[in-house]
Every structure is written in C-alpha cells, then in structure tokens.
Write a protein that binds this ligand. Structure first.
Ligand SMILES: Cc1cc2nc3c(=O)[nH]c(=O)nc-3n(C[C@H](O)[C@H](O)[C@H](O)COP(=O)(O)OP(=O)(O)OC[C@H]3O[C@@H](n4cnc5c(N)ncnc54)[C@H](O)[C@@H]3O)c2cc1C
Length: 395
C-alpha cells in the first residue's frame, strides 16, 4: 500500500490528446509517469484523422503551460480557422475569417493530429511512452493499486491509473457503469488526396473550403470538409441511419452509396464524395456518453478525455476539453506529489480535478447536443447559423 510520500507509480493508458497532455504535464513537473499506447508506433495511423482547431483557453493553454507555445506556432495554421456554413445548395450563409482586428484569444489555429502528437512526444523522454501496449485487463487490489495486463504479455502494478483510452474506454467501468451511446448519425470519413484537390476542376471546391472548413447541412444530413496542412481535404458525410449502416468495402461502391444519400445536393458538394481516394473511405458512426456524466471518486483510478465525455464533433471541442482535462489533472497530481502529500492528500487532489472536469464536460456536452440538433434538425442550415450568431454554437 502506498502510504509514503515517495512518488506514486503512474500509468496513463492512451496517447491521444488527453493522455499526451497529462503525461507531458507530469513529466515537466518532475513526476515520473509511463504512457501506454496500443498503436505500434507514433506513425501507425498517421494518415487518419483530420485537423483540430485548438482554443485559447483549452488546447492552446494546455500546450503553452507546458512550454510548447513556439512548437505549436511552428506547426499550426491560424488561417485554418476559416469557416463557412451552407445548405445543400452550397450558398454560403455564414463566413468566419479572422482579420487584423481579431484578438489572438479568438483565433483557434488548426493543427493536424500527428503534428500535435509529435510536438508532445518531442518534449518527453522517448522511453516513457510504451508503444504496442494494448491494455487487455485491470485487476484492482482494493487498496488503490491496480495490476495492468497488456496483449503483448507485459504486466505492471501501479498506484495511480488514468484512463485516457477514448470513447470505448476499458478503464471507465472501474469508475462508472456508463456506456457509450450511438448518436443516431452514421456515415464516412473521405480523404481527397492533394493532387486531386489541386486539379483545375476542383477550383469551386477549393474556394468553398478556403484554408479552413465548410459545413453543409440540410434534411438531417451533414457534409463537413476541411483542409489539412498537407493539402489533403478530409470530408465527413453523416446522415441518420442505423449504427451498422453498411459502407461497402469496395471504394467505387462506397462512393455510389454515399452519393445516393446526398442526392440533390449541389455538384460542388458532391465532389467531396466523388473524389474520395480508393484507400481513403472509412466508416464513421458517431458516439456520445450521456451529457454531464459524473462518478464517485475511486481511489487509485480516474478517467479523462473522451473516456469521460465522448461527444459528437458538432462543437469541435472534444480534443480541446480532453487537453484541458490532461492539464488540470496533471497540475493537481503534480502539486500534490511535489508537496509530499500522503496518498489521501493525492486522492483528494484528484477528486477536486474530477469536479472541474465534470463542470467543463457538462458545459460542452450540452452545447454539442444543442449544436447537433440545430445542424441536423428540420430548420438547418438556418438554425445552425442563428445558433452560431447567438454565440451558442462553437465550431
Ligand atoms: C470526426 C471527428 C472530428 C473531430 N473534430 C474535432 C475538432 O475539430 N476539435 C476538437 O476539439 N475535437 C474534435 N473531435 C473530437 C476529438 O477527436 C476527441 O475528443 C479527442 O481525440 C479525444 O482525445 P482522447 O485523448 O480522450 O481520446 P483519443 O483521441 O480517442 O485517444 C485515445 C488513445 O487511446 C488508445 N487506446 C485505446 N484503447 C487502448 C488500450 N486498450 N490500450 C492502449 N491504448 C489504447 C488509442 O489508440 C488512442 O491513441 C472530433 C472527433 C471526430 C469523431
């Protein structure tokens, strides 16, 4: 039982935005921590996932408080914050482009997921991140310690276990019976390669996205297309349907199937589906946890990020809140450990950080649910534009 003031053995599961920021925050403050990730290497899924716009008081703060302001500025794109909204006719109803008068706090630069991961990895010891470690089971010992088993045969016992392992978390059941729910929207992520994006016949599509993103919505369907820093365009095509809606595995058939869902949409919008790469179309049903999830503190274990509050992407805040969770949890643990707190003192600090997390996640899961309704409801796109102008929406 860890009742001394020696540093706790800390394990974080998951090298997504939440786990990476927590690990960084602890390491920067001299608290040893080991980050376990199931992916084989930092580059294992480098082609997947779009860009994230990091908010000043969330993702940006999490990096700046850990000394990564210059690193972030070197790889992020303030002009990627450019956003447009339209209906299925592609007529732009709202255009948000920062100008010289925009305060830095109001700009949310875009960063590609692999670049975000890399600037954090560059700031922590390489041997503190264990790749190829898929957690398979956790055995609680009743005194706050847990033994972790991984698919590669590795086992370890820790004083503090943090689940940053995403929406389908294996750690969440240790603190809450809550289950991830299907949000009712299914669809696909579609990658358009740079050489296709740059073609002359794509000029209208390029103009609609600019350097940032376009959200087209109507009739319960959404097409969200965004520029990545490597010039590719990633599109998400969502519509109401069953969770197991079958996306054909053959790319040509997948494009036809998706185009049928967006029948009658403007030709420029349909291009975001028509030009999807043969190896770049992925099934992407959307999930959420019940908004405002809370749990009673359990000694020796907690969860952060999507594990605690997975939400649909309609406020663009999931990674931002996850990074703030990582920062706040890391600051709380480091302060307790560095003050020589007892196990009880450390657990009290974690409990306090969980209270902050509950507050933030209740706020953003609520706004996200509101936005989803406005973007997929009967009055979209106007309802979404109105919500944004009223300051409720946050894309
Ligand atoms: C289409 C889409 C667009 C989005 N756009 C935005 C946006 O613009 N802005 C924004 O703020 N948010 C956005 N989000 C939300 C954002 O992606 C998530 O909120 C964020 O990635 C959560 O970070 P996380 O670290 O908690 O979890 P994740 O990013 O899911 O990371 C979890 C990590 O844990 C690892 N893992 C899982 N299980 C195990 C295991 N058993 N053992 C070891 N490792 C494991 C995974 O491999 C993964 O690396 C979007 C989400 C979607 C679906």
């Amino acid at each position: 039982m860890a009742t001394t003031t020696s540093p706790p053995r800390v394990a974080i599961i998951g090298a997504g935005p939440a786990g990476l920021v927590l690990h960084l925050t602890l390491i920067k403050r001299g608290v040893p921590s080991i980050l376990y990730e199931r992916e084989a290497s930092p580059n294992a899924r480098i082609h997947l996932g779009g860009t994230l716009d990091l908010r000043w008081a969330y993702g940006q703060r999490a990096l700046y408080e850990n000394g990564l302001e210059a690193a972030f500025k070197a790889v992020s794109r303030p002009d990627g914050d450019e956003t447009r909204m339209c209906g299925k006719d592609a007529r732009v109803l709202l255009e948000i482009i920062a100008d010289g008068d925009t305060r830095p706090e109001d700009i949310s630069p875009e960063i590609d997921r692999p670049a975000l991961r890399q600037i954090i990895l560059d700031a922590v010891p390489a041997d503190s991140v264990k790749w190829g470690h898929a957690l398979t089971s956790v055995t609680p010992h009743g005194d706050g310690t847990h033994t972790l088993s991984f698919a590669n045969g590795h086992t370890t016992t820790v004083d503090l276990l943090v689940g940053a392992d995403g929406g389908a978390s294996r750690i969440r059941p240790l603190v809450s019976p809550a289950q991830r729910l299907y949000a009712g929207l299914t669809g696909a992520e579609i990658v358009i390669e740079r050489d296709v994006v740059d073609r002359a016949d794509m000029a209208d599509a390029r103009a609609l996205i600019g350097n940032g993103s376009t959200f087209a919505m109507e009739g319960g369907k959404v097409l969200a297309a965004q520029r990545n820093s490597d010039g590719r365009v990633l599109t998400y095509a969502w519509f109401r349907g069953p969770e197991d809606w079958p996306l054909p595995s053959d790319a040509a058939e997948a494009r036809v199937s998706l185009l049928q869902k967006f029948e009658g949409w403007a030709p420029v919008l349909r291009k975001f589906i028509e030009h999807g790469a043969d190896d770049g179309i992925y099934h992407r049903p959307l999930y959420m946890l019940q908004p405002g999830l809370r749990w009673e503190h359990v000694d020796g274990v907690t969860i952060i990020g999507d594990a605690a509050h997975v939400m649909t992407p309609f406020a663009g805040m999931g990674a931002n809140v996850s990074m703030l969770d990582g920062l706040e949890m890391g600051l709380a643990i480091a302060e307790a450990v560095n003050a020589g707190a007892s196990k009880e003192g450390r657990e009290a600090a974690i409990k306090k950080a969980e209270e902050k997390l509950f507050e933030e996640s209740a706020k953003w899961t609520g706004i996200t649910a509101f936005n989803m309704e406005k973007m997929t409801g009967p009055d979209a796109p106007q309802s979404a534009v109105d919500a944004y102008k009223l300051g409720k929406g946050s894309l």
